[in-house]
Write a protein that binds this ligand. Structure first.
Ligand SMILES: NC(=O)c1ccc[n+]([C@@H]2O[C@H](COP(=O)([O-])OP(=O)(O)OC[C@H]3O[C@@H](n4cnc5c(N)ncnc54)[C@H](OP(=O)(O)O)[C@@H]3O)[C@@H](O)[C@H]2O)c1
Length: 231
């Protein structure tokens, strides 16, 4: 049975990714920063789902999770970097508060980077997949068209996350492990105050799960439902 770690899996798209992968016979390590919320999600899913405490704003939590996985789950072959925060989506650069900007980078970039770097040797050894959940506003090509919201903390921290993908893709070059990013597209969740025109979390998660399990080589790519997303 393949083993996957999904971060931020106690709710939203992450919970649905965990659910759909467990239904496709994966053993899911369900990452959540809050023990009660995480364990409630594990209980709801049942079956082959194991809780991993993981707060991407805490170096200690990240290090403990990496050590636990190396010790007890060394056959981990998939990491889905789903956890993320949006901050205040209505704040452009002039309204953005420095603390909010730093917090967004802490979760969407620094914490995700530290976890990915910690687990990369395991994924490489198991010839697995690192999948980052990205989004349209993180694409400089799309954002610079000036149509989508100028949500400064969210957009810049997720763009940095895409740059991280390029760095790790170069690191994995010549191996059988791969890293790529997938956007579910606008999906109605707590992050966007349940955007009324968004997909359901089941629809959004399915796009990610389909790319995670299609058996194809997507190394270094950014993907959306029907193909490539521009950088
Ligand atoms: N919704 C969309 O339209 C959309 C579109 C494209 C991409 N995405 C991406 O999809 C991913 C999931 O977002 P969502 O819409 O499902 O949002 P969500 O419902 O707000 O879920 C976010 C998840 O991230 C967790 N999280 C937040 N801060 C964390 C931290 N410091 N450490 C660990 N986990 C943390 C949350 O845990 P708590 O419950 O403890 O806060 C929650 O489990 C994000 O990366 C987002 O950028 C979303």
């Amino acid at each position: 049975m393949k083993k996957v770690l999904v971060t931020g899996a106690n709710k939203g798209i992450g919970f649905e990714i965990a659910k759909q992968l467990s239904e496709r016979d994966f053993h899911v390590l369900l990452g959540a920063r809050d023990i009660n919320r995480g364990k409630a999600a594990v209980d709801e899913l049942g079956g082959n789902v194991t809780f991993i405490q993981l707060d991407l704003e805490s170096d200690d939590s990240i290090q403990q999770a990496v050590e636990e996985i190396k010790r007890d789950h060394s056959n981990l072959s998939m990491l889905i970097n789903n956890a993320g925060i949006g901050g205040n989506m209505e704040h452009g650069p002039m309204e953005t508060d420095m603390r909010a900007l730093r917090e967004a980078f802490e979760v969407n970039f620094f914490g995700t980077f530290e976890l990915t770097r910690g687990l990369l040797p395991v994924i490489k050894e198991n010839e697995g997949i690192i999948l980052n959940v990205t989004m349209e506003m993180a694409s400089l090509a799309i954002l610079s068209q000036g149509v989508l919201p100028n949500s400064f903390s969210y957009n810049t921290s997720k763009t940095a996350n895409n740059a991280m993908l390029v760095g790790f893709a170069r690191e994995l070059k010549g191996t059988n492990a791969q890293i790529y990013a997938v956007t579910p597209g606008p999906t109605s969740t707590d992050l966007n105050d349940h955007y009324p025109l968004g997909k359901t979390t089941a629809e959004g998660a399915k796009i990610i799960v389909d790319y995670a399990t299609d058996g194809k080589w997507h190394h270094g790519q950014m993907l959306m439902k029907d193909g490539f997303m521009p950088w």
